[in-house]
Design a protein around this ligand. Sequence first.
Ligand code: DAH
Length: 331
Amino acid sequence: MDVQSLEEEAQDAIAAAVSAEELDAVRVQYLGRNAALPQALREVRDKETGRALNEARRRLSDGIDAQREALESEELERRLSEEVVDITLPGAGRPRGHLHLITQIRREIEDIFLGLGYEVVDGREVETTYYNFTALNMPTWHPARSPLASLYLDDDTVLRTETSPAQIHTMEQRRPPIYMVSLGRVYRRDTPDATHVPIFHQVEGLAVDEGITLADLKGTLRHVMRALFGEDREIRFRTHYFPFTEPSIEPDVSCFLCDGAGCNVCRQSGWIEMGGAGLVDPKLYEPVNYDPERVSGFAFGLGLERIAMLRHGLPDLRQLWENDLRLLHQF
Ligand code: DAH
């Protein structure tokens, strides 16, 4: 075997290899188990030839290592120049969510009442007809009890149509003085249109203590309306009827857009309807054993969607359910 020319041939092959795979093939071809050189090494008998073969093998092995390193650093250079990252370019912004408008208003209202020393109480979305109607003094013939108006789960169970049942639960669970609000979803069998959706939100308020009067109700609502709609707001009461309050009133707030001069939002009246309220009807105290001679109270219920609509000039409540980010991101 001509060791010298074999080695030359192998070195040429090593130099010609341009990838790790090619280099591996060269290694197998010249230094693999069945290659001529290792074969000769296994069979060699004299020292001289043995040393020559060994040295040739070592040089080839070194040559392969050197070529591998060269290929690797070439590859590294190539990637470093090709895959260059310009760290001075502005990054791609990640989209960030935020609280839904109704949740924001809900938390804002909770904060306003917490500031007044009120407690925030959880209600139940699934109610018995007792808490949703009967305990609130609604007669059996009241239209809200109709399955055409309310969503029943069975004969005695209904998705609450208002947050008012929270008043009853609260009065059952504790004694006056009570200052609580309860906020959440309510359900009615309404066909959706611009100002009605079958699921909406209310804030219920209840204060029961010694010597509570309509003036306390008015002062409280005025404070809340000023916090929501600006420092100059005034409140007025119109008489109304609710089964659970006596007297019942509907509070109006002076229009925050025209300051009472008259505009489209207040329908030229200068006043905006804000919900329902009144002094708790003493009938509600009987089942919970409160003494109407000793305590009195006020209650109110306001719609959160209505506050959102007024504040932001929302033309259509259904938009709040569509989750169109172009709308939601505005708030
Ligand atoms: N529950 C009434 C409704 O859904 C709103 C309401 C009116 C709540 C008067 C009250 C109240 O607490 O005193 O229309």
